[in-house]
Design a protein around this ligand. Structure first.
Ligand SMILES: Cc1cc2nc3c(=O)[nH]c(=O)nc-3n(C[C@H](O)[C@H](O)[C@H](O)COP(=O)(O)OP(=O)(O)OC[C@H]3O[C@@H](n4cnc5c(N)ncnc54)[C@H](O)[C@@H]3O)c2cc1C
Length: 489
């Protein structure tokens, strides 16, 4: 039997790679983790989820300060934002989490961490820092990078991406954001709330195109009322560097050419897989511009080499990367065949209001040709929501023809937290009657979950048929009050 230096080698120390490394090492596999940057943690920790959510919270607090009078408080003339101070807070949060993702911690779990950029010499060995290292199984978890379009002038016009946005020196006075996916929209609202004049340019007629249009449009309405300008059905023709300002020439919905100028351009137009430079072409691991090709056990076209996380191009979320890391551990270390199942993979866009999703929305149900019904409940009927000053949004529950839940979409305060109850309900196949009957604390936003399930059931309980049955068996006398006052015409 061939002998290798390691049982498993992992390339990339982000959410997917760290999950595999921690699981494999703790199960007793001789584990090697290779990371090209100087610190572990990947995009999520250094230029993704963690800095973005920290910035969003800061922007939310500033927004509340500026809107204090809506809460019955004295109006505050908030001084301008010092972005250096904001950056300090972001870095402090990263530093705290970094301890959990440190080389020392992974070493204590039993994994060897090496820093460098490996290159596959053959299907079992990589060249790393001048040495050759072999492993029985490999995992490619190198993540993704911002996709930069081939727009005229963009390559020689300074622009920023998620890699730079949390490190800029001062708050820009104006910013044009190219793209309208979750990263673009979250950053648009946060920077606008901090004081930047933000314009979002989107090729199609909707922001957050994976979401249902009614939900995405509601977010656009809220952000529009806060001052963000949206240019939909608009494509970018050319970008120019004018020195302290950048110019973007656009073609709008009517086919007219329009010029926009701003201090910064943020490019947030999707992600490219970090698949190049690893030598994958030479060892028969297939990939395209979306990512590395994997089967449902996350095996690449070389069965002993796995891929997990953003690099597969499937669901580009930290929790998806972690989930896939677990699938790889099961298949490669436990040798327990396990397949991916994304049916109830949730996600959330952290705008205010948040938009969370699990299972099918209307768009996906229509695409799949599934007949569905929609049950909704607005946040303005939720007592806690009113107390919090939050009146925008709703929950949408989609049911199939047999009234089984297909999915839930929540647009509203804390939607990302609220969707977790549905994650449990859908995965455990909990009956809607059980959810509707379960007592939820009052007053909480979570009551909206119980209420939407209850709306469906109450239609059955309070039906004419049930009323007639009760009248027959228990001699009920019917309505005590007729509509309208006596004497009213
Ligand atoms: C601004 C922003 C906000 C986001 N917000 C959220 C959110 O709120 N929630 C959420 O779930 N997801 C969010 N995401 C997505 C999330 O960050 C990714 O889905 C997640 O980081 C993917 O994990 P990964 O392990 O696949 O890749 P990564 O975390 O990117 O890790 C890949 C690692 O591989 C290393 N690497 C790359 N090439 C090589 C090489 N050749 N050799 C060695 N090492 C290499 C990289 O340096 C990196 O450390 C956000 C992303 C961005 C950009």
């Amino acid at each position: 039997m061939a002998s290798f230096d390691f049982d498993i080698g992992i390339i990339g120390g982000g959410a997917a790679g760290l999950t595999v490394a921690s699981g494999a090492a703790q199960l007793g596999a001789k584990t090697l983790l290779i990371e090209k940057e100087r610190a572990l943690g990947g995009d999520c920790l250094h230029c993704g989820c963690v800095p973005s959510k920290t910035l969003i919270r800061t922007a939310q607090v500033y927004h509340l300060m500026k809107n204090s009078s809506a809460f019955g408080l004295p109006a505050v003339d908030a001084p301008p934002v010092d972005f250096q101070a904001v950056k300090k807070r972001i870095q402090a949060v990263i530093d705290k989490i970094q301890k959990h993702d440190s080389e020392e911690r992974f070493c204590s779990l039993g994994a060897k961490v090496e820093f460098g950029e490996p290159f596959f010499r053959d299907a079992h060995s990589v060249q790393l820092n001048g040495a050759t290292v072999s492993a029985k199984n490999w995992v490619i978890a190198t993540g993704s990078s911002p996709s930069i379009p081939a727009t005229e002038g963009l390559d020689y016009t300074p622009h920023i991406t998620n890699k730079d946005i949390f490190h800029i020196d001062q708050l820009p006075s104006s910013m044009i954001i190219l793209g309208a996916g979750p990263i673009a929209i979250e950053m648009a609202q946060a920077f606008s709330r901090l004081g930047t004049k933000v314009t979002v340019v989107q090729r199609s007629g909707q922001i957050l195109t994976k979401e249902d249009k009614d939900m995405a449009d509601e977010i656009m309405k809220v952000m529009g009322s806060e001052g963000v300008v949206f240019l939909l059905n608009t494509s970018v023709l050319q970008v120019k560097d004018l020195g302290s300002e950048k110019e973007v020439i656009l073609k709008n919905g009517e086919g007219k050419s329009v010029s926009l100028k701003a201090e910064k351009i943020l490019v947030a137009m999707g992600r490219d897989p970090n698949a190049r430079g690893l030598g994958l072409e030479g060892i028969g691991v297939e990939f395209d511009r979306k990512g590395i090709r994997v089967d449902d056990r996350l095996r690449t076209t070389q069965k002993h080499i796995y891929a997990a996380g953003d690099i597969t191009g499937a669901y580009q979320f930290t929790h998806a990367a972690g989930y896939e890391g677990g699938i790889v551990v099961s298949n490669a270390v436990f040798h327990l065949p396990r397949k991916t199942n994304y049916r109830f993979l949730p996600w959330c866009t952290y705008t205010d209001p948040e938009l969370a999703s699990v299972g099918m929305n209307e768009k996906r149900a229509r695409e799949a040709g599934i007949d569905y019904s929609v049950w909704t409940e607005p946040f303005k009927s939720n007592d806690r929501s009113l107390a919090e000053g939050e009146e925008v949004g709703k929950i949408k529950l989609l049911l199939d023809k047999s009234e089984r839940p297909l999915g839930v979409q929540i647009l509203g305060p804390q939607a990302g937290e609220l969707v977790s109850e549905w994650v449990a309900v859908l995965n455990a196949k909990v009956k809607l009657s059980t959810l509707a009957a379960a007592v939820h604390p009052y007053p909480t936003l979570g009551e909206i979950n119980k209420r939407v399930a209850g709306t469906l059931l109450s239609q059955k309980i309070f039906s004419d048929r049930v009323r007639r049955g009760l009248k027959f068996f228990f001699n009920l006398k019917g309505r005590a009050c007729e509509e309208g006052f006596p004497g009213e015409g």
